[in-house]
Write a protein that binds this ligand. Structure first.
Ligand code: SAH
Length: 251
């Protein structure tokens, strides 16, 4: 089994493919100042099966373009949009987040929860800025150190898996030097990782371990995922996703 196929089976029917929560998406919307605006155009990049897309569609007067490079996730998103009665306001686009083909200044907001790390935080915020209208909002969640110093094993793991991991002040500096001004920041609480994400992932991992008992690679993939969960559980005071809500400064 290829690693991508493993990921699709692990996450394909899940509510979300990374740490997050409806309450936290709503909090980010409140900080964004979008709540009372009409006729918004929003892109949700790395949308997965659409947890944040559905929350945005229910909360806002908006047309949402939901982008992901895995078609299986977009199919699931479309089913969910239909059963939530919001299909008419959601368009799915299969594309890679580093090769977007939107017109410049297309969107009032770009949303991206737990996904920008795939192209790197700074590369993403720099590149996506062109697609925002003047004063447009960027709302992204990103792996963030919660403290100045961390346990060594945690630091080693994440520095290797994602060298751009940094503190909130470092992330805000990146945003400022790329032409944004902060509207808000908050770290995701532990339940966004455990109840909303890792618990369902762990149940699925256990069933995949049994199902692919004979596979050469699946048990290894499963073990890697479990290791990440164990590490988070042991060190949840030191690391989380930070939610950054910023506004595009005019040039
Ligand atoms: N925003 C969703 C999914 C987060 S997981 C949520 O919060 O639940 C990260 C998502 O990014 C996955 O759906 C994955 O398929 C997508 N992704 C990874 N690399 C990508 C790329 N290069 N282009 C577009 N999407 C990508």
């Amino acid at each position: 089994m290829e690693y991508l196929d493993f990921l699709v089976e692990l996450h394909g029917n899940a509510e979300r493919q990374g740490p997050g929560g409806d309450e936290q998406t709503r909090r980010a919307v409140e900080l964004s100042g979008l709540a009372n605006k009409q006729g918004l155009r929003i892109a949700d990049i790395g949308c997965g099966t659409g947890a944040s897309v559905l929350t945005l569609a229910k909360m806002l007067d908006a047309e949402i373009t939901a982008v992901d490079f895995l078609p299986a996730f977009l199919t699931e998103l479309n089913l969910r949009a239909a059963s939530n009665g919001v299909s008419d306001r959601i368009t799915t686009v299969e594309a890679s987040m580093d090769k977007l083909e939107f017109e410049p200044s297309s969107f009032d907001a770009i949303w991206s929860e737990g996904a920008i790390y795939n192209i790197g935080f700074e590369a993403g915020v720099r590149d996506w800025r062109q697609y925002l209208k003047p004063n447009g909002v960027l709302a992204v969640s990103e792996l963030t150190w919660l403290t100045d110093k961390r346990p060594q094993d945690l630091e080693r793991f994440w520095n290797e898996a994602y060298p751009e991991v940094g503190t909130a002040s470092e992330k805000l500096s990146v945003l400022e030097r790329n032409g944004y001004t902060p509207l808000g920041y908050f770290p995701l609480p532990k339940e966004c990782w455990m109840e909303n994400y890792y618990h369902p992932v762990r149940r699925k991992l256990n069933s995949m371990r049994v199902k692919y008992n004979d596979s050469e690679v699946v048990p290894k993939y499963v073990e890697q995922e479990l290791e990440e969960i164990r590490l988070y559980e042991a060190h949840s005071d030191y690391v989380s996703y930070g939610f950054y809500i910023v506004k595009k400064l005019t040039d």
